[in-house]
Design a binder for this molecule. Sequence first.
Ligand code: NAP
Ligand code: GLV
Length: 309
Amino acid sequence: MALLFKGDIDRGGSWERALARHAPELELRSWPEIGDPAGIDYALVWAPPPGLLAGLPNLKAIFSIGAGIDHLASDPELPPTVPVVRMVEPGLTTGMTEFVVMSVLYHHRFMLDYLAQQRARAWREISQIGPQERRVGVMGLGVLGQDAARRLLSFGFPVAGWSRSPKSLPGVTSFAGAEGLPAFLGQSDILVCLLPSTAETRGLLNAGTLAALPRGAAIVNSGRGDLIVESDLLAALDDGRIGGATLDVFAEEPLPAESPFWDHPRVVLTPHVASMTIPDSAAAAVVAQVRRFEAGQPLEHVVDMARGY
Ligand code: NAP
Ligand code: GLV
């Protein structure tokens, strides 16, 4: 049984070691040395060149190295009948929850203001409010959003979530669908965006929806860059309607040198590193799925490609 691996070059070695440790019986074919395409059963990939997967006639399943599958959906030749499985593994979930908690606390504790004061050598207290007065809204209550929401609750923040379908999570107020969006936004002092990029979510945060947030709200986007109309966010930051933003993802990556986000005083940015798939725990998850599938059981976390996630 052979698995094609195409990840990023830097971390290829860790993946090879992890896969060999968890499944010594699996023959690993690292792109571009793929050998006989007909001998490949599974693919574990990030941003494969368009057409690569279509050239594997006996492929049984495609595993995405990331939680997002937009890097696959953009391949016009993606084999339509081969199941696509998104990455769900504890290392990726924990990393995202760390990033979200860190970012929410950063805005809650006025760190953008204190950083500006530090640069101005100003020693000035800002009166702090308690977490119970800071409402956090998590957009996207999937695997990552739910874990982050649970952790945020433990700090005492009132937490609400927005998803396509209603959720019943202890302590989390659920809003769903287009009809639930205005009320959800209206009560999000800090908005965390953990949605996938799909035909329905692209451009969802625009001048109209940003205006529905409480004045001075902060935004944390660690979902995908194209969820936000960047020019609308910049305008809202410039006039103070949005008080600050932590941005990990952008419409164009790497972020172009001329982007106003780089030196905007109300923006903290990171280069798409909110969370990363950890080869060891992810290899264990993929190998468990392969074994389950080979034993005739269904795959978990299969993407509905028509829905886009
Ligand atoms: P997931 O489990 O598939 O959850 C997606 C959530 O989004 C679900 O709650 C879903 O609602 C909701 N959703 C999707 N379309 C919607 C719509 N049109 N309206 C309302 N809600 C909608 O995904 P995940 O594993 O949590 O990952 C989420 C995303 O995080 C990924 O797709 C990826 O883009 C991003 N990500 C970023 C990084 C990074 O480093 N920056 C790392 C990992 C992942 P339902 O529950 O009702 O279906
Ligand atoms: C990273 O962006 C992922 O989708 O896992």
